[in-house]
Design a protein around this ligand. Structure first.
Ligand code: UDP
Length: 366
């Protein structure tokens, strides 16, 4: 940057889904971007294997803050970001979603008096038991620009008194992320073959605290899915390290003996598995959006969702417990072709471009 030129745009992220959904924003910012990784996800399967595929084109500033409690991570990340911002003098800060890393980025931007852009603003589960709900509300109220993925998200922001000048309807960057990462059909076949998977299977992911941290819920969820396997549909489970760790500690390892347990997959391989699955069962946020792009049917195993736009079409909601099996059987009874022409509520793949254009206006408003 030359004398008088605005500083870099700091993109602060900490986890796999943020990396996946901000990749196109980072690529478009090019040399104007400063990528900062807090370290919230540090496991290779959730970070280096993921980012290797994303083509950021730049190495992140790594803060190495991870592996501790939420409060400690938050405090340490804000302090480390404060130093990073003092050193690199960014012109604005971009965060995405609802993670501890995103909240740390928002608080540090506020403390340094830097403009803040929140990508994927306005999502609400109205479930105060979820830390993510508090994170997203706080970030939206700190942000100078809330990039809302849908009209529903815009309505939530307005209802909380956020001024129209701070809200922009952008679509969700997940659409272009899927378009960029999904391998061609022949490659998808190869992914399945290399993992030794059958042609017809149910894909399972599970990592939210309401499921992974509760042994009773885990026992019930796995029990319900064992019955699905017994009915003839294999379950493929790319197991999140958080869930595996909890299962080992609680002595629940044998509950997944009936499943094909595989390592967390890099994003392209995971999308291949998603696109080929007969049905998806997950508590993930991002997967709720991705199924709408890939036209797949998903059973969301959660008490609440902040993504109501896909409910009743691509997804149904059931809390982790003994109703899961019935929800899975009901979803399997539907015609999978019926979703083929249902449009994704998350836009047309232009969100990242719109976000970057609005960042440019924010840092150079003349
Ligand atoms: N994902 C992946 N490999 C996997 C499982 C998921 O790349 O083995 C991707 C998935 O496609 C989505 C993102 O990770 O883009 C979702 O992340 P996660 O479920 O960890 O977080 P959430 O979206 O719930 O915040």
């Amino acid at each position: 940057m030359g004398e008088g030129a605005p500083g870099p745009v700091a993109v602060v992220l900490g986890t796999r889904p943020e990396a996946i959904k901000l990749a196109e924003v980072v690529r478009r910012l090019g040399s104007a971007g400063l990528l900062v990784h807090t370290g919230q996800h540090y496991d290779a399967a959730l970070w280096s294997d993921v980012t290797a595929q994303l083509g950021f084109g730049t190495e992140p500033v790594a803060l190495g803050v991870g592996g501790s409690s939420r409060g400690q991570q938050l405090g340490a990340a804000v302090a480390a970001l404060d130093e990073t911002f003092a050193r690199h003098r960014p012109s604005c800060v971009v965060v995405q979603g609802d993670t501890t890393a995103a909240l740390a980025g928002a608080l540090a931007a506020n403390a340094a008096d830097l403009p803040l852009v929140h990508v994927e603003a306005g999502l609400r589960s109205f479930d105060r038991r979820m830390p993510e709900e508090h994170n997203r509300v706080l970030i939206d109220h700190l942000a100078d620009l809330c990039c809302a993925p849908t009209a529903t998200a815009v309505a939530h922001l307005r209802a909380e008194g956020i001024a129209d000048e701070r809200i922009l309807l952008t679509g969700n960057t997940v659409v272009e992320s899927v378009q960029h990462l999904l391998p061609p059909a022949a490659e998808r076949d190869r992914v399945l073959a290399e993992l030794g998977l059958p042609a017809r299977y149910l894909l399972l992911t599970l990592h939210r605290p309401e499921n992974a941290d509760n042994p009773d819920v885990l026992r019930q969820v796995f029990g319900e899915l064992q019955a699905v396997v017994a009915d003839g549909l294999p379950v493929v489970f790319p197991a999140h390290p958080r869930t595996l760790d909890r299962m080992r500690r609680d002595g629940l390892g044998d509950l997944v003996d009936a499943f094909t347990v595989i390592a967390p997959q890099p994003p392209a391989q995971f999308l291949a598995l998603l696109e080929r699955a007969r049905l998806v069962v997950s508590d993930s946020g991002g997967v709720q959006e991705e199924v709408s792009v890939l036209k797949k049917r998903l059973v969301v195993v959660r008490r609440s969702t902040e993504r109501p736009e896909v409910m009743g079409t691509f997804a149904s909601l059931v809390p982790g417990g003994l109703r899961l099996g019935a929800a899975v059987r009901a979803a399997l009874a539907e015609d999978p072709q019926a979703l083929r022409d249902v449009p994704s509520p998350y836009g047309d793949g232009s969100a990242s471009r719109v976000v970057v254009e609005s960042i440019v206006k924010l840092v150079a408003p003349f």
